[in-house]
Design a protein around this ligand. Structure first.
Ligand SMILES: [Zn+2]
Length: 326
């Protein structure tokens, strides 16, 4: 119940002019005046401010905090959106004059290197040919050619192909481009590469206890005999080291007149390797194919890197490198 103002002269005046002063004085010590809300001119905000001033004080504060947070989040949203738009535009279009000279130079070098790398994968100067002996159709019969065949059905072609695939993989790890070629591959006509190695294996028949070991030969009529000789020397050394097999002394005309040699481009060195006998060296060829492949790949790399095969004197190497390798 409220008392009458007329009957209580000692009470503080409650006329309309004194109310704001009292309220201001009451709350002035813990909360400053809020000019921000009162200066706003947006219609919605004026409404919100008027609404705030009509609420109880705690409620008023809460609503005011919500409004301030809203304003802050909206500003952050605008800033974020602007940043995204600017970043996108700069990604699409970065004029060189925006970059410091050093950064522009580095960018130009990176672009040139990328272009060179793309080109490098297509130049023959990184190509090596690996012929998988007996693979593919034999032209005179139109049939597949297994090469030597063991009584249990194991074929020379299977052994050769398994090794050839591994050699290709090892050389590709060294950044060479490797063509895996069939015995009568059409690509062999005037084939140009750093080197060609044709992989074969010897008979599966028992001949005698000496029918073990590997053989390597170049073309009897080679147009690059020095390069061929160096490739033979490198392969002989590295293959013996990797497999432990002895070099078998007999080299047949079949090897030195091998038909692949006649097809190669004149500047391309080529050799044929018999990686072992299917009978006595069977365990090596079937169970240690990784070592067989490593010996061949290492021999090719020895040749390409101009390394000195073990047992060769420097004089011999200089002599055999007289013809530049293509
Ligand atoms: Zn063969």
């Amino acid at each position: 119940m409220r008392e009458s103002t007329a009957g209580s002269p000692a009470r503080p005046s409650q006329n309309s002019a004194s109310v704001p002063q009292t309220r201001q004085a009451d709350r002035g010590w813990h909360r400053p005046e809020r000019p921000l809300l009162k200066r706003r001119s947006h219609p919605q905000e004026i409404t919100a401010a008027s609404y705030v001033s009509d609420l109880p004080e705690e409620e008023e504060e809460r609503v005011e905090i919500v409004i301030r947070f809203g304003t802050v989040f909206r500003s952050m949203g605008v800033i974020l959106l602007t940043a995204v738009v600017v970043a996108t535009l700069l990604t699409w279009w970065t004029p060189n004059e925006f970059l410091p000279q050093k950064s522009a130079d580095q960018l130009a070098i990176a672009h040139a290197t990328q272009a060179r790398q793309q080109l490098a994968t297509h130049i023959p100067e990184r190509t090596i040919g690996i012929v998988s002996g007996h693979r593919g159709i034999y032209p005179s019969t139109g049939q597949l050619d297994p090469g030597a065949v063991c009584p249990d059905g194991l074929t020379e072609q299977q052994i050769n192909e398994n090794v050839a695939i591994k050699v290709k993989s090892l050389l590709e790890r060294e950044d060479y481009q490797v063509d895996l070629l069939d015995e009568f591959d059409e690509r062999l006509r005037s084939y140009h590469a750093l080197a060609v190695v044709s992989i074969h294996a010897d008979s599966c028949d028992y001949i005698n206890d000496l029918a073990t070991g590997f053989k390597i030969a170049g073309f009897a009529y080679s147009t690059v005999p020095d390069a061929d000789a160096r490739l033979v020397a490198c392969l002989t050394d590295r293959y013996a080291a990797a497999t432990g097999l002895p070099l078998h002394p007999s080299i047949t005309d079949d090897m030195t007149n091998y038909h692949n040699f006649q097809e190669l481009a004149p500047d391309t060195p080529g050799v044929v390797i018999e990686i072992g006998f299917l009978h006595l060296d069977r365990i090596l060829l079937t169970e240690r194919a990784d070592a067989v492949a490593y010996g061949i790949a290492d021999g090719i790399l020895c040749f390409l890197r101009n390394e000195l095969p073990a047992g060769e004197s420097t004089e011999t190497l200089l002599e055999t490198t007289a013809t530049p390798v293509p």
